[in-house]
Design a protein around this ligand. Structure first.
Ligand SMILES: [Zn+2]
Length: 91
């Protein structure tokens, strides 16, 4: 018999999203709540983080709002969200 383990995280486990500067590898954590602006540049090396800043920033902020809005399921909903994540041990 073959078994497969799947790994999930629920949205309420997500505390922030983390940007990693590709230039210097610095990580910048953006909390889910209270963030209406994203860093334009890396605080360590001043490298520009977002090209096409406006459209990219709007999409990322929509993503943050989605997680914040859906992490606490409405009692009327008959579902909740989870994200399946890769099992690094399978690679
Ligand atoms: Zn950097």
């Amino acid at each position: 018999m073959t078994t497969e383990n799947k790994h999930f995280i629920s949205l309420d486990e997500i505390l922030s999203i983390v940007f990693k500067c590709t230039h210097c590898q610095t990580r910048i954590s953006i909390p889910l709540t209270g963030s209406e602006k994203l860093p334009a540049k890396c605080p360590s090396c001043d490298f520009s983080l977002l090209s096409e800043r406006r459209s990219t920033e709007a999409r990322i902020l929509d993503f943050l709002r989605f997680i914040a809005d859906f992490k606490t399921p409405d009692p009327k909903w008959q579902f909740s969200f989870a994200l399946e994540i890769r099992n690094r041990e399978d690679e």
